[in-house]
Ligand binder design. Structure first.
Ligand code: LLP
Length: 386
């Protein structure tokens, strides 16, 4: 089965563009809500980095999620979409002074701090404004995740977070400061994780650290385990909604949360991934030496994931039911890595056919670039194309 697309509307539009099915997004959000509400101390934030399209952000905000931001630009986008500052968390290894000041001015919920030098600057900038900033320490739990090496973040070799042996010391430093308030611990082990065992390993680490804090009689109210839940790229129609049930249950069963604590999540891909497709037109079908190339008007500038992470996106010819043939599906960019897929079975392709690159709602439009002086792709929602 192919996705359901308003093909007639698509034909009128300039390609390439992103198409977001808001029904899928709303269903995903309602399932996410139903599964997380089972636990009264779970709070879910949306990782804005996955997709900051304002139309999607406002739907996500309407569904009550908080916002996980990694830059001043993302904080602005979240506030503009109506997320209350009290639900904004701010992470990132390199926060610039203006970005910290922006967070302080809005009075965001929490800064996730990754080093002592950063802590010192937050304390200093907060003091200058006569404020006290809530901070959580991002701890690197040294937990590997079964995902692509470029998107694991929780190993000691990664640049992220504070190492576990340093935790006691950074907390001591924070407790001495007047303009920061230490309220929690933050973690994130990687992205596109489908093996619940990885999240279990994180839970075990968090439990160890919580015991250490308790032994020191340090009480924190917030534990943030980041995001990372993956989606089914191979079968976007069969498994449209990620397995939120197993995900939350894994944490509920394995993470020993204290009765006074709140557990925060920062999901990106699992929220927006399956609602989006990159829609492109076939420019040419070219016969190579021993294969055929379908040359699209979309390229790695529009969707970089295949080139950057060898990521798989299901490719469909949504305007043909002809017999299936094999193609290398490529873009127009002057780079050999501008390939969406090799030896892909597609219904026979001709110039002008519309091709959908599925499961592109996360880390698609937001990672688009203007390389080769190309225009950025537009994003349309199904609500706009009725
Ligand atoms: N929290 C933190 C601290 C993160 O670094 C990330 C993602 C998330 C939450 C959200 O993770 P998610 O739930 O989406 O897995 N561009 C790559 C993914 C990079 C993820 C970066 N951090 C890709 O296209 O696969």
């Amino acid at each position: 089965m192919k996705g359901t697309f308003p093909i007639d509307k698509f034909r009128e539009l300039r390609t390439p563009f992103y198409y977001y099915d808001t029904k899928v997004l709303r269903e995903t959000l309602s399932c996410l809500h139903a599964e997380s509400i089972k636990y009264d101390n779970f709070v879910v934030h949306y990782a804005v980095k996955a997709n900051a399209n304002p139309k999607l952000l406002s739907i996500i905000r309407e569904n009550g999620l908080g916002a996980d931001c990694v830059s001043g630009g993302e904080i602005r986008a979240a506030i503009k979409a109506g997320f209350p500052a009290s639900k904004v968390v701010f992470a990132g290894v390199g926060k610039a002074d203006w970005e910290i000041n922006l967070g302080l001015d809005y009075g965001i919920f929490c800064f996730n701090v990754e080093s002592i030098p950063e802590l010192e600057i937050i304390n200093e900038l907060a003091a200058a404004k006569g404020k006290v900033a809530n901070i959580a320490f991002r701890i690197n739990p040294n937990v590997g995740a079964h995902t692509h090496a470029n998107i694991t973040t929780g190993l000691a070799e990664n640049k992220f977070g504070i190492s576990m042996p340093d935790m006691d010391h950074v907390i001591d430093v924070a407790l001495e400061m007047k303009n920061v308030k230490f309220i929690g611990l933050h973690f994130h082990i990687g992205s596109q994780i489908l093996d619940m065992g990885d999240f279990m390993a994180l839970c075990n680490r968090v439990n160890e650290l919580q015991d250490k804090l308790e032994a020191r009689r340090i009480r924190i109210e917030h534990v943030n385990v980041g995001g990372g839940l993956g989606i089914d790229y191979k079968h976007p129609n069969r498994q449209v909604i990620p397995d939120f049930h197993d995900y939350f249950e894994t944490y509920a069963e394995h993470l020993k949360l204290r009765s006074y604590q709140t557990l925060h999540f920062e999901l990106g891909r699992a929220v927006t991934g399956q609602c989006g497709s990159l829609i492109s037109r076939v420019l040419y079908v070219k016969q190579g030496t021993n294969k055929k190339f379908a040359i699209l008007d979309a390229g790695m500038t529009d969707l970089i994931r295949p080139a950057l992470y060898q990521a798989y996106h299901k490719i469909e010819n949504i305007t043909s039911d002809d017999t299936v043939e094999s193609y290398d599906v490529v873009g127009p960019i002057c780079e050999s890595s501008d390939v969406f897929g090799k030896a892909i079975d597609l219904n026979k392709v001709k110039r002008g056919d519309l091709i959908a690159l599925r499961s592109s709602g996360a880390y698609g439009e937001i990672m688009a670039s203007g390389y080769n002086c190309r225009e950025l792709p537009q994003g349309y929602t199904s609500d706009e194309l009725v």
